[in-house]
Design a protein around this ligand. Structure first.
Ligand code: UGA
Length: 349
């Protein structure tokens, strides 16, 4: 592919989105990537590759290194953030410090050095929005009362969206905001993590099946999500990064799979069924028990939930020519292949 060569800085390159994105950029473009992260466990496929430079460091403690890296690159993705709902309730101050304060500094650096920022907003900004499908430019952002601490993450991301938008419209910052809708994939969370609630729902359920623990449906599990396979998600992100003819400048994009809306209960049932395709684990799946638990008991009283969350992806379709291609069952198969067979779809470049 012939394109002007650029350098992309990814802060939080070892995260779920970061690690898959590094691989995808190297695979699909001629761009150079610089990654910063405190650890590198998810980067084995890309470490040592030609166009990838990795800096193992704590971004929070090495601000001058970050500033130098921002100066030296063309595009910045500040992906460092807590994005696990249990933590919004248990440690909202930590969420604030990491998700808000440290990212504001990076955004200001982008403004200072005239760099383009591609920033992760979130599906959570829509909160309990009643719209059938959420529209980036029309839908209201609906949050619960202050004691419902779950919404701190959404509120922080909304404030960052508004700050970036303001810098863009009034001070010339070049930016794109993107909103992932329940991305799922092999590297989402650590399937071995023991604490209940330390993972997003799909990894938590897989962990529970593997370890003979009951699957817990919070408030009955009738709430729905649109599950989006990570490879589709990062494919859209690469289009945003390439920014053909400036098409993504100053825009907001939902990235999600509106055709794959499933309840949490359905997710548990499909997962149990799919597990049975792996002979070594079939019995564990047959023995799996499903229970119901209240949100208060599972997460604490600061928890409140979104019942539905469906993206409109018209912006991404019409401007970026993007649409998701991986269905729910295939996504689950690829995730289980990784955890149960050690098979990685992200092999080779
Ligand atoms: C997620 C997280 O906030 C972020 O990762 C992200 O910004 C955003 O949404 C997104 O990925 O779009 P949520 O959708 O609530 O929030 O993510 P999960 O923790 O995966 O929970 C999904 C649903 O499963 C919730 O209704 C939760 O109550 C339920 N759940 C979770 C259970 O029923 N049982 C469990 O053991 C865990």
């Amino acid at each position: 592919m012939s394109m002007e060569k650029k350098k992309v800085l990814i802060l939080g390159a070892n995260g779920f989105i970061g690690s898959s994105l590094v691989w995808k950029i190297l695979k699909q473009t001629n761009y150079d990537v610089v990654g910063f992260d405190i650890s590198d466990g998810k980067l084995s496929n890309v470490l040592g590759r030609d166009r990838f430079t990795f800096c193992k460091t704590d971004v929070l403690k090495n601000k001058s290194d970050v500033e130098q890296a921002v100066k030296d690159c063309d595009i910045v993705l500040p992906l460092i953030a807590v994005a696990t709902p249990a933590l919004y309730v248990k440690d909202p101050v930590k969420v604030y410090n990491l998700d808000f304060e440290s990212n504001v500094e990076v955004i200001k650096m982008c403004l200072k050095y005239g760099k383009r920022v591609v920033f992760p907003s979130t599906s959570e900004v829509y909160g309990m929005c009643p719209d059938e499908a959420f529209d980036e430019y029309e839908s209201p952002l609906v949050l619960g009362p202050i004691p419902k601490e779950r919404w701190i993450y959404s509120c922080i991301k909304q404030m960052l969206d508004r700050l970036i938008w303001a810098y863009g419209k009034h001070e010339g910052l070049s930016f794109t905001l993107f909103r992932p809708f329940n991305f799922i994939g092999p590297r989402l969370d650590d399937i071995k993590a023991k604490a209940e609630g330390s993972s997003r729902v799909i990894t938590q359920f897989a962990h529970n099946i593997l370890n003979g623990k009951p699957i817990k449906l919070v408030n009955g599990g009738l709430q729905k999500r649109c599950f989006t396979f990570i490879d589709d998600g990062v494919d859209c992100l690469v289009r945003i990064i390439l920014n053909k003819d400036g098409c993504a400048d100053g825009k907001i994009f939902n990235i999600g799979n509106p055709d794959e809306e499933h309840s949490v209960k359905e997710l548990a049932e499909v997962l149990i069924r799919e597990f049975q395709n792996y002979p070594e684990y079939a019995q564990l799946a047959k023995d799996a028990v499903i229970e119901t638990v209240s949100g208060d008991d599972y997460y604490g009283q600061g928890y409140q939930d979104a019942q539905r969350r469906v993206p409109s992806i018209e912006q991404a379709k019409s401007i970026l020519g993007w649409a998701p291609t991986t269905d729910f069952k295939t996504s689950i198969k690829l995730i289980l292949d990784y955890h149960l067979l050690g098979k990685d779809y992200e092999a080779g470049l």
